[in-house]
Design a protein around this ligand. Sequence first.
Ligand code: SAH
Length: 341
Amino acid sequence: MSRDIKSLEKRDLEAELLRLGEPKYRAGQIYAWLHRGARSFSEMTNLSHSLGGKLDEQFYITAPKALREQRSERDGTVKYLWGLRDGESVESVLMRYDHGNTVCISSQVGCRMGCAFCASALGGLVRNLEPSEMLDQVIFSAPPGERVSNIVLMGIGEPLDNFDNALKFLRIVTSEGGLNIGYRHISLSTCGLAERIDKLASYNLQLTLSVSLHAPDDETRSRIMPVNGVSPIAELMNACRRYFDVTGRRISFEYAMIGGVNDTEEHAKKLARLLSGGGWHLNLILLNPVAERGLAASTRKDTEKFVGILERGGINFTFRRRLGTDIDAACGQLRRKERIE
Ligand code: SAH
Protein backbone atom coordinates (compact mmCIF):
# COMPACT_ATOMS: atom_id res chain seq x y z
CA MET A 1 0.00 0.00 0.00
CA SER A 2 1.23 3.43 -0.95
CA ARG A 3 2.00 5.76 1.99
CA ASP A 4 1.86 9.51 2.62
CA ILE A 5 5.49 10.64 2.46
CA LYS A 6 4.89 14.24 3.51
CA SER A 7 3.44 13.13 6.85
CA LEU A 8 6.82 11.62 7.81
CA GLU A 9 9.12 13.46 10.17
CA LYS A 10 12.64 13.84 8.88
CA ARG A 11 14.12 11.09 11.02
CA ASP A 12 11.39 8.69 9.83
CA LEU A 13 12.15 9.59 6.23
CA GLU A 14 15.83 8.88 6.90
CA ALA A 15 14.93 5.45 8.24
CA GLU A 16 12.87 4.77 5.09
CA LEU A 17 15.78 5.73 2.83
CA LEU A 18 18.20 3.54 4.78
CA ARG A 19 15.74 0.69 4.39
CA LEU A 20 15.82 1.26 0.63
CA GLY A 21 19.62 0.99 0.75
CA GLU A 22 20.14 4.70 0.19
CA PRO A 23 22.40 7.07 2.13
CA LYS A 24 20.79 9.22 4.80
CA TYR A 25 21.48 12.54 3.04
CA ARG A 26 18.99 11.56 0.34
CA ALA A 27 16.25 12.01 2.90
CA GLY A 28 17.35 15.63 3.36
CA GLN A 29 17.14 16.24 -0.37
CA ILE A 30 13.68 14.72 -0.66
CA TYR A 31 12.47 16.53 2.46
CA ALA A 32 13.56 19.87 0.98
CA TRP A 33 11.77 19.17 -2.32
CA LEU A 34 8.59 18.17 -0.55
CA HIS A 35 8.47 21.37 1.47
CA ARG A 36 9.15 23.47 -1.58
CA GLY A 37 5.99 22.04 -3.11
CA ALA A 38 7.24 19.27 -5.44
CA ARG A 39 4.29 17.28 -6.74
CA SER A 40 6.20 14.26 -8.07
CA PHE A 41 9.48 12.39 -7.54
CA SER A 42 10.45 12.99 -11.17
CA GLU A 43 10.66 16.73 -10.40
CA MET A 44 13.40 16.00 -7.87
CA THR A 45 16.26 16.40 -10.31
CA ASN A 46 19.02 15.37 -7.93
CA LEU A 47 17.53 11.88 -7.50
CA SER A 48 18.32 9.02 -9.85
CA HIS A 49 15.62 7.73 -12.13
CA SER A 50 15.64 4.36 -10.42
CA LEU A 51 15.29 5.80 -6.90
CA GLY A 52 12.42 7.95 -8.16
CA GLY A 53 10.75 4.78 -9.44
CA LYS A 54 11.22 2.95 -6.14
CA LEU A 55 9.79 5.86 -4.17
CA ASP A 56 6.85 6.06 -6.55
CA GLU A 57 5.95 2.45 -5.81
CA GLN A 58 5.87 3.00 -2.07
CA PHE A 59 4.77 6.57 -1.47
CA TYR A 60 2.40 9.21 -2.75
CA ILE A 61 2.85 12.99 -2.53
CA THR A 62 -0.19 15.00 -1.46
CA ALA A 63 -0.82 18.15 -3.48
CA PRO A 64 -4.14 19.92 -3.05
CA LYS A 65 -6.03 21.51 -5.93
CA ALA A 66 -7.08 25.13 -5.50
CA LEU A 67 -10.83 24.88 -6.11
CA ARG A 68 -11.33 28.56 -5.41
CA GLU A 69 -9.17 31.56 -4.78
CA GLN A 70 -10.71 34.79 -3.54
CA ARG A 71 -8.62 37.93 -3.30
CA SER A 72 -9.61 40.90 -1.19
CA GLU A 73 -9.33 44.11 -3.17
CA ARG A 74 -9.00 45.99 0.06
CA ASP A 75 -6.13 44.38 1.92
CA GLY A 76 -4.56 41.66 -0.24
CA THR A 77 -5.94 38.80 1.85
CA VAL A 78 -6.34 35.60 -0.19
CA LYS A 79 -8.72 32.84 0.76
CA TYR A 80 -8.21 29.40 -0.73
CA LEU A 81 -10.52 26.43 -0.91
CA TRP A 82 -8.38 23.30 -1.31
CA GLY A 83 -9.65 20.05 -2.79
CA LEU A 84 -8.13 17.01 -1.05
CA ARG A 85 -7.40 13.50 -2.38
CA ASP A 86 -10.72 12.06 -1.27
CA GLY A 87 -12.83 14.93 -2.67
CA GLU A 88 -13.22 16.72 0.68
CA SER A 89 -12.21 20.34 0.96
CA VAL A 90 -10.74 22.78 3.50
CA GLU A 91 -9.90 26.46 3.60
CA SER A 92 -6.80 28.46 4.34
CA VAL A 93 -6.30 32.22 4.40
CA LEU A 94 -3.17 34.17 3.50
CA MET A 95 -2.86 37.49 5.30
CA ARG A 96 -0.24 39.99 4.22
CA TYR A 97 1.20 42.17 6.93
CA ASP A 98 4.18 44.53 6.90
CA HIS A 99 6.07 42.03 9.04
CA GLY A 100 5.46 39.11 6.66
CA ASN A 101 3.00 36.54 5.42
CA THR A 102 0.70 34.76 7.83
CA VAL A 103 -1.28 31.68 6.83
CA CYS A 104 -4.33 30.57 8.76
CA ILE A 105 -4.87 26.84 8.30
CA SER A 106 -7.55 24.24 9.00
CA SER A 107 -6.93 21.17 11.13
CA GLN A 108 -10.02 19.06 10.35
CA VAL A 109 -12.65 18.68 7.65
CA GLY A 110 -15.62 20.09 9.58
CA CYS A 111 -15.73 20.19 13.36
CA ARG A 112 -17.63 18.41 16.12
CA MET A 113 -17.43 21.11 18.79
CA GLY A 114 -20.79 22.62 17.83
CA CYS A 115 -20.24 26.31 18.68
CA ALA A 116 -23.50 28.15 18.02
CA PHE A 117 -21.95 31.02 16.04
CA CYS A 118 -19.53 29.09 13.83
CA ALA A 119 -20.00 28.06 10.19
CA SER A 120 -17.55 25.13 10.44
CA ALA A 121 -19.67 23.32 12.99
CA LEU A 122 -22.78 23.26 10.81
CA GLY A 123 -22.11 19.94 9.07
CA GLY A 124 -20.30 18.24 11.97
CA LEU A 125 -16.93 16.52 11.74
CA VAL A 126 -16.10 14.68 8.51
CA ARG A 127 -12.51 13.64 9.27
CA ASN A 128 -9.17 14.67 10.71
CA LEU A 129 -6.54 16.20 8.45
CA GLU A 130 -3.22 14.41 8.04
CA PRO A 131 -0.02 16.30 8.92
CA SER A 132 0.72 16.54 5.17
CA GLU A 133 -2.65 18.19 4.53
CA MET A 134 -1.92 20.86 7.13
CA LEU A 135 1.57 21.39 5.67
CA ASP A 136 0.19 21.72 2.15
CA GLN A 137 -1.96 24.65 3.21
CA VAL A 138 1.20 26.46 4.31
CA ILE A 139 3.29 25.42 1.31
CA PHE A 140 0.74 26.22 -1.39
CA SER A 141 -0.72 29.39 0.14
CA ALA A 142 2.65 31.18 -0.04
CA PRO A 143 2.84 33.85 -2.74
CA PRO A 144 5.32 32.88 -5.50
CA GLY A 145 8.89 33.51 -4.41
CA GLU A 146 7.92 34.56 -0.88
CA ARG A 147 8.06 32.71 2.38
CA VAL A 148 5.48 32.27 5.08
CA SER A 149 6.68 33.70 8.37
CA ASN A 150 3.73 32.99 10.65
CA ILE A 151 1.13 30.27 11.00
CA VAL A 152 -2.13 30.32 12.88
CA LEU A 153 -4.08 27.13 13.47
CA MET A 154 -7.39 28.97 13.51
CA GLY A 155 -9.19 27.69 10.42
CA ILE A 156 -11.76 24.90 10.22
CA GLY A 157 -11.64 22.31 12.99
CA GLU A 158 -10.44 21.93 16.56
CA PRO A 159 -6.67 21.26 16.48
CA LEU A 160 -6.60 19.68 19.95
CA ASP A 161 -9.32 17.24 18.83
CA ASN A 162 -6.80 16.07 16.18
CA PHE A 163 -3.96 16.14 18.67
CA ASP A 164 -1.43 13.64 17.29
CA ASN A 165 -1.59 14.90 13.71
CA ALA A 166 -1.44 18.52 14.80
CA LEU A 167 1.63 17.80 16.94
CA LYS A 168 3.34 15.95 14.09
CA PHE A 169 2.53 18.82 11.75
CA LEU A 170 4.13 21.24 14.22
CA ARG A 171 7.27 19.13 14.44
CA ILE A 172 7.59 18.95 10.66
CA VAL A 173 6.83 22.60 9.90
CA THR A 174 9.34 23.80 12.52
CA SER A 175 12.08 21.39 11.44
CA GLU A 176 15.40 22.36 9.93
CA GLY A 177 15.57 21.34 6.31
CA GLY A 178 11.82 21.84 6.02
CA LEU A 179 9.99 25.17 6.30
CA ASN A 180 11.84 25.86 9.54
CA ILE A 181 9.21 28.20 11.00
CA GLY A 182 9.90 28.88 14.69
CA TYR A 183 7.36 27.94 17.36
CA ARG A 184 7.25 31.58 18.41
CA HIS A 185 5.76 32.35 15.01
CA ILE A 186 2.94 29.85 15.43
CA SER A 187 -0.40 30.27 17.21
CA LEU A 188 -2.82 27.49 17.99
CA SER A 189 -6.43 28.28 18.78
CA THR A 190 -8.62 25.95 20.82
CA CYS A 191 -12.24 26.05 21.97
CA GLY A 192 -10.87 25.11 25.38
CA LEU A 193 -10.51 21.36 25.97
CA ALA A 194 -8.87 21.58 29.41
CA GLU A 195 -7.32 18.09 29.44
CA ARG A 196 -5.78 18.60 26.03
CA ILE A 197 -4.36 21.95 27.11
CA ASP A 198 -2.59 20.07 29.90
CA LYS A 199 -1.36 17.49 27.42
CA LEU A 200 -0.05 20.21 25.13
CA ALA A 201 1.68 21.88 28.09
CA SER A 202 3.59 18.65 28.74
CA TYR A 203 5.43 19.15 25.41
CA ASN A 204 6.44 22.65 26.49
CA LEU A 205 6.36 24.16 23.01
CA GLN A 206 7.01 27.87 22.64
CA LEU A 207 3.92 28.51 20.55
CA THR A 208 1.15 30.96 21.39
CA LEU A 209 -2.00 29.38 22.70
CA SER A 210 -5.30 31.15 21.98
CA VAL A 211 -8.35 30.06 23.89
CA SER A 212 -11.83 30.82 22.56
CA LEU A 213 -13.62 32.06 25.64
CA HIS A 214 -16.57 34.08 24.27
CA ALA A 215 -18.36 34.27 27.64
CA PRO A 216 -17.34 35.01 31.23
CA ASP A 217 -19.81 32.70 33.01
CA ASP A 218 -20.85 29.07 32.59
CA GLU A 219 -24.50 29.82 31.89
CA THR A 220 -23.75 32.07 28.92
CA ARG A 221 -20.85 29.98 27.67
CA SER A 222 -22.80 26.71 27.75
CA ARG A 223 -25.50 28.35 25.67
CA ILE A 224 -23.10 29.05 22.80
CA MET A 225 -20.29 26.49 23.33
CA PRO A 226 -21.22 22.87 24.12
CA VAL A 227 -17.56 22.21 25.07
CA ASN A 228 -18.27 24.15 28.26
CA GLY A 229 -20.12 21.08 29.53
CA VAL A 230 -16.85 19.12 29.31
CA SER A 231 -14.52 21.90 30.48
CA PRO A 232 -16.39 24.56 32.48
CA ILE A 233 -14.76 27.93 32.94
CA ALA A 234 -13.11 27.26 36.31
CA GLU A 235 -11.43 24.09 34.99
CA LEU A 236 -10.46 25.82 31.78
CA MET A 237 -8.87 28.72 33.63
CA ASN A 238 -6.95 26.32 35.86
CA ALA A 239 -5.59 24.51 32.82
CA CYS A 240 -4.62 27.88 31.33
CA ARG A 241 -2.79 28.84 34.52
CA ARG A 242 -0.90 25.53 34.48
CA TYR A 243 -0.08 26.03 30.80
CA PHE A 244 1.41 29.43 31.57
CA ASP A 245 3.36 28.07 34.55
CA VAL A 246 4.93 25.28 32.49
CA THR A 247 5.63 27.11 29.23
CA GLY A 248 6.00 30.73 30.40
CA ARG A 249 3.86 31.72 27.41
CA ARG A 250 1.07 34.22 27.93
CA ILE A 251 -2.30 32.95 26.76
CA SER A 252 -4.63 34.96 24.51
CA PHE A 253 -8.36 34.71 24.96
CA GLU A 254 -10.70 35.22 22.03
CA TYR A 255 -14.02 36.93 22.61
CA ALA A 256 -16.43 37.50 19.72
CA MET A 257 -19.08 40.04 20.65
CA ILE A 258 -22.56 38.74 19.88
CA GLY A 259 -25.50 41.14 20.13
CA GLY A 260 -27.64 40.48 23.22
CA VAL A 261 -25.83 37.21 24.01
CA ASN A 262 -22.48 37.98 25.64
CA ASP A 263 -22.17 41.77 25.39
CA THR A 264 -24.06 43.31 28.33
CA GLU A 265 -22.46 45.44 31.02
CA GLU A 266 -22.90 42.50 33.38
CA HIS A 267 -20.86 40.32 31.02
CA ALA A 268 -18.15 42.95 30.78
CA LYS A 269 -17.87 43.21 34.56
CA LYS A 270 -17.67 39.44 34.96
CA LEU A 271 -15.08 39.25 32.21
CA ALA A 272 -12.98 41.95 33.85
CA ARG A 273 -13.14 40.03 37.12
CA LEU A 274 -12.28 36.72 35.48
CA LEU A 275 -9.22 38.08 33.72
CA SER A 276 -7.98 40.57 36.28
CA GLY A 277 -4.38 40.17 37.35
CA GLY A 278 -3.88 36.97 35.37
CA GLY A 279 -1.26 38.17 32.92
CA TRP A 280 -3.53 37.22 30.03
CA HIS A 281 -4.22 38.94 26.77
CA LEU A 282 -7.76 39.43 25.45
CA ASN A 283 -8.65 39.68 21.76
CA LEU A 284 -12.05 41.20 21.26
CA ILE A 285 -13.64 40.87 17.85
CA LEU A 286 -17.08 41.50 16.47
CA LEU A 287 -19.05 38.42 15.53
CA ASN A 288 -18.84 37.67 11.86
CA PRO A 289 -22.48 36.81 11.22
CA VAL A 290 -23.14 33.44 9.58
CA ALA A 291 -26.49 33.47 7.79
CA GLU A 292 -27.71 30.11 9.13
CA ARG A 293 -26.93 31.02 12.72
CA GLY A 294 -29.34 33.91 13.27
CA LEU A 295 -26.87 35.81 15.48
CA ALA A 296 -25.73 39.40 14.99
CA ALA A 297 -22.67 41.38 15.96
CA SER A 298 -22.91 43.76 18.90
CA THR A 299 -23.99 47.31 18.19
CA ARG A 300 -21.53 50.12 18.32
CA LYS A 301 -23.11 51.49 21.48
CA ASP A 302 -22.90 48.18 23.35
CA THR A 303 -19.36 47.64 22.14
CA GLU A 304 -18.25 51.01 23.46
CA LYS A 305 -19.79 50.37 26.88
CA PHE A 306 -18.21 46.93 27.04
CA VAL A 307 -14.80 48.23 26.09
CA GLY A 308 -15.07 51.06 28.62
CA ILE A 309 -15.67 48.61 31.46
CA LEU A 310 -12.67 46.52 30.45
CA GLU A 311 -10.49 49.62 30.28
CA ARG A 312 -11.53 50.76 33.73
CA GLY A 313 -10.86 47.19 34.95
CA GLY A 314 -7.29 47.45 33.71
CA ILE A 315 -7.70 44.51 31.32
CA ASN A 316 -5.05 44.04 28.67
CA PHE A 317 -6.95 43.75 25.41
CA THR A 318 -7.04 44.61 21.72
CA PHE A 319 -9.91 45.05 19.35
CA ARG A 320 -8.73 42.98 16.43
CA ARG A 321 -8.56 44.37 12.94
CA ARG A 322 -10.61 42.25 10.61
CA LEU A 323 -9.06 41.33 7.28
CA GLY A 324 -10.87 39.84 4.34
CA THR A 325 -14.44 40.48 5.43
CA ASP A 326 -15.36 41.18 1.82
CA ILE A 327 -14.35 37.62 0.81
CA ASP A 328 -15.99 35.48 3.52
CA ALA A 329 -12.54 34.96 5.01
CA ALA A 330 -13.92 33.86 8.32
CA CYS A 331 -14.62 30.61 9.98
CA GLY A 332 -15.61 28.00 7.41
CA GLN A 333 -17.75 30.29 5.34
CA LEU A 334 -16.20 29.48 1.98
CA ARG A 335 -16.38 25.70 2.26
CA ARG A 336 -19.97 26.07 3.38
CA LYS A 337 -20.89 28.22 0.38
CA GLU A 338 -19.26 25.84 -2.09
CA ARG A 339 -21.27 22.94 -0.71
CA ILE A 340 -24.54 24.79 -0.90
CA GLU A 341 -23.92 25.90 -4.46
N1 SAH B 1 -11.54 25.28 17.06
C1 SAH B 1 -10.61 26.33 17.34
C2 SAH B 1 -10.05 27.02 16.10
C3 SAH B 1 -11.00 27.35 15.00
S1 SAH B 1 -12.08 28.73 15.20
C4 SAH B 1 -11.22 27.33 18.28
O1 SAH B 1 -12.38 27.18 18.62
O2 SAH B 1 -10.53 28.24 18.72
C5 SAH B 1 -11.05 30.16 15.24
C6 SAH B 1 -11.67 31.31 16.02
O3 SAH B 1 -12.77 31.88 15.30
C7 SAH B 1 -12.22 30.89 17.37
O4 SAH B 1 -11.91 31.85 18.34
C8 SAH B 1 -13.71 30.87 17.09
O5 SAH B 1 -14.45 30.92 18.25
C9 SAH B 1 -13.86 32.05 16.18
N2 SAH B 1 -15.10 32.09 15.42
C10 SAH B 1 -15.82 31.09 14.90
N3 SAH B 1 -16.90 31.54 14.24
C11 SAH B 1 -16.89 32.88 14.37
C12 SAH B 1 -17.73 33.93 13.89
N4 SAH B 1 -18.83 33.66 13.19
N5 SAH B 1 -17.39 35.20 14.19
C13 SAH B 1 -16.27 35.49 14.91
N6 SAH B 1 -15.43 34.54 15.36
C14 SAH B 1 -15.74 33.25 15.11
